[in-house]
Design a protein around this ligand. Sequence first.
Ligand code: NAI
Length: 306
Amino acid sequence: AKVSIIGAGNVGRTLSQRLIERNLADVCLLDIVEGLPQGIALDLTEAQGLQSHHCEIMGTNDYADTKDSDIVVITAGVARKPGMSRDDLLKINAKIVTEATQKSLHYSPDAIYLVVTNPLDVMTYLVWKTSGLPHERVMGMAGVLDSARLETFIAFELGVSIHDVQGMVLGGHGDLMLPIPRYCTVSGIPITELLSPETIDKLIQRTRDGGAEIVRLLKTGSAYYAPASSACYMIESILFNQSRLLTAAAYVQGEYGLNDLFLGVPCRLGSNGIEQILEIKLTTEEREILQKSAKAVRSSINMALS
Ligand code: NAI
């Protein structure tokens, strides 16, 4: 399999490493900066014998090299700096992502497109709109990461193995994300049975601020290890048709009362992309939060398109 990654920054290069070292796919890493993807690819190739994997990586500035990719991952853009909101990035990244989509599509018209660039839900919509692809072949990564963060904080709080924790976070990527505690479990037990409402609220707040917490600690740049793992997890489900049930930013057409946008919903992810959106029962309050997310995403889309 071949995965092309547009943007050789922190997320793009870390994802490249994860994919090749786990023998999941050959990677074509593309960036606008000359020498950068080539240098990263050479460095990773020099590690290949030591890591004993058999996947290849090439670095390039030329979209022709991305030809016939099975999956194109878009991570190109500007990352958040301390104090910068995801929406500040909107205009800059809209232009970058639109261009990356047009150029990738020319060489890989049949690929599945996975968007990582923020603001996530808006960029995913732009990729879909620009590409004209069937909506099931375009998706955004956010829910897997937000869920992983929540799972981490639940595991910390209870002192249990992270491997026994399942988190569920829907909605937009940002302040309006929607963690659903009664669908978060530890070995099948809802966390609502294990933790007080106050503690759960605290963990949810930390999850909401999860990206900002890393930005604050790193001082330069934003999170990339867990984001790269989250994208890798989705790619694996697509390449091996695993039908994992996870949260992806997917195109909604009436599900949850939402229309014509991309938002984090529970999806079955396989070789055709988003194979199913599952509609789980939500409370009135939760549906309202989704509507609010949708409204914010919609107005950002309009701003990006204006
Ligand atoms: P970064 O700044 O390290 O890398 C971005 C790369 O994009 C740079 O190498 C830059 O040269 C390249 N680039 C810029 N314009 C380009 C163009 N026109 N064509 C090709 N490449 C271009 O940023 P990082 O940390 O890798 O993050 C990438 C994006 O992913 C950001 O927008 C960030 O906010 C987002 N992100 C999203 C997450 C999510 O949950 N959806 C999680 C983490 C990051």
